[in-house]
Design a protein around this ligand. Structure first.
Ligand SMILES: C[S@@+](CC[C@H](N)C(=O)[O-])C[C@H]1O[C@@H](n2cnc3c(N)ncnc32)[C@H](O)[C@@H]1O
Length: 168
């Protein structure tokens, strides 16, 4: 994720990044302080956290982002799509497209379903998220709305997919 964030930040001036399903907002440290960073998460406990870094927090869902049309430079989502049912996942992609500025960027990262990796399947059974998808399913959904500019995959316990995409 750090490499992808560096690539994106080098290509555009500082702006607004929203971290959808930001949780504890640990990715804030990857962004230059010149960027305004806003985490959106439905878990109200996250809004109570005392943050050391400049993190703004909103309570909300990926399926209905609390932002104006074309008001955001980067939509980031990390380790969250497997918590979203199909309806919310599709709504998220549409809403991410809506809130992004015309030159805006989507950064997606999540572990994927890989039916042949037994260790991965064991860990998925223990996971709090129940909507795992294959890399192909995720990329196809993103590509149906965005123009994908970069994809990466690494294998940890799970295969982890990172996709960077432009609005058009
Ligand atoms: C595994 S955590 C990832 C947190 C953070 N992005 C990270 O990488 O450390 C998944 C997060 O998704 C959030 N989440 C669950 N349902 C959501 C929804 N409908 N919209 C946005 N976030 C959601 C959870 O509250 C949780 O904070």
């Amino acid at each position: 994720m750090g490499i992808v964030v560096s690539m994106v930040c080098e290509a555009m001036p500082p702006g607004i990044v929203i971290d959808v399903g930001g949780g504890t907002a640990q990715t804030r440290v990857l962004w230059p302080v010149s960027w305004r960073y806003i985490s959106i998460d439905p878990d109200e406990r996250m809004a109570q956290l005392n943050d050391k870094h400049s993190i703004e927090r909103k309570i909300g869902s990926a399926g209905s982002l609390p932002f104006e049309n074309e008001s955001v430079d980067v939509v980031l989502t990390q380790n969250t799509s497997h918590h979203l049912d199909d309806e919310t996942w599709c709504a998220f992609l549409g809403d991410a497209h809506r809130v992004l500025k015309p030159e805006g960027t989507l950064i997606f990262m999540d572990a994927v379903l890989s039916k042949t990796r037994n260790i991965s399947n064991v860990f998925w059974k223990l996971d709090a998220g129940h909507f795992q998808r294959t890399a192909e399913e995720l990329q196809d959904a993103i590509a149906s709305i965005f123009l994908i500019t970069d994809t990466r995959q690494i294998t940890l316990i799970h295969d982890v997919l990172t996709v960077t995409a432009k609005k058009s």
